[in-house]
Write a protein that binds this ligand. Structure first.
Ligand code: GUN
Length: 279
């Protein structure tokens, strides 16, 4: 039976550290949270991030904009926040309504306030190995692997999914730590051929029961980044947890795995931004 990686407990530990360091600053760190529209899942995520801020002694400034907000108005708000000395980090919750281009909006965020690590400046710094911020979800995964002393150097790491938010930066972080990384995606032929060889398997696709036991090497470490709903409406990941757990050495549950860690790493990035601003 695999060891279940407890993301909730580790996230609490990280947030505790962030709170202690935030308290030592001369000014409270601040996060601006921008939510455009009424997406129910986004509302839940944003509320969670604001709760985390409160726990960590970080001030949050919420901006709720109607779904039909024009691009110019949103960009004006971001420019205003770029110049606001109380605001160390700016988070624009994705996805945006269809008429707004995420890329344009992300590019407008000042790189020193880009606590999601989405701006090309920060993505470039990450890929060249000189990061300012770490992308929240991949950094949360690395933190879990380190906490449980999972070796990465020289190991075969397979990442499922190639999104800008998770798959690509996950591959960059694992490469930085000397993993041998393969990225599989929706056009990969015979995905199982790659996953069966993986010492470390990270799934970030968004497809319930994508990862079945026949795809997993005995003793592999299995990290499930996805947040899906099963046929009964219950939260689940990409991995068929009950079937894969007996075969893995370590595995993350959904919920209670990567999700809380993503939020904790956001808090760490806000602290980093505040430290840089106050240095
Ligand atoms: N939507 C889903 N995940 C994220 C995230 O990490 N940051 C933002 N801003 N939006 C998201």
């Amino acid at each position: 039976m695999a060891v279940k990686i407890d993301g909730t407990a580790l996230a609490a530990k990280v947030k505790h550290q962030v709170a202690a360091e935030a308290a030592a600053l001369s000014r409270r760190p601040g996060l601006a949270v921008v939510l455009v529209g009424e997406d129910p899942a986004s509302k839940v995520y944003v509320a969670g991030k604001e709760r985390d801020c409160a726990e960590c002694g970080i001030e949050s400034f919420g901006y709720r904009l109607p779904a039909d907000t024009g691009e110019k108005d949103l960009l004006d708000l971001i420019r205003q926040l770029n110049g606001d000395g109380r605001v160390d980090g700016i988070l624009v919750q994705l996805p945006l309504p269809g008429h707004l281009h995420a890329e344009t909006v992300i590019h407008a965020i000042a790189p020193d306030k880009d606590v999601d690590c989405f701006h090309p400046f920060n993505v470039g710094r990450l890929v060249t190995g000189d990061p300012v911020f770490l992308p929240c979800t991949p950094a949360g995964v690395m933190e879990m692997l380190d906490e449980y002393a999972v070796p990465i150097r020289g190991k075969r790491c397979v990442v499922l999914g190639r999104s800008n938010i998770v798959g690509k930066p996950m591959a960059a972080l694992l490469t930085q730590r000397d993993g041998t990384v393969t990225v599989c995606h929706s056009r990969t032929e015979d995905m199982a051929h790659y996953t069966r060889e993986a010492d470390l398997l990270v799934s970030a696709v968004g497809k319930t029961k994508l990862v079945t036991p026949d795809m997993v090497k005995a003793g592999a470490v299995v990290i499930d980044v996805a947040m899906n709903r099963d046929e009964n409406g219950r939260l689940c990941g990409d991995v068929d947890f009950a079937a894969v757990e007996p075969k893995a050495s370590y595995i993350t549950p959904v919920p209670g795995g990567v999700g809380p860690m993503t939020r904790a790493m956001l808090m760490r990035n806000i602290l980093t931004a505040a430290q840089n601003h106050q240095a």
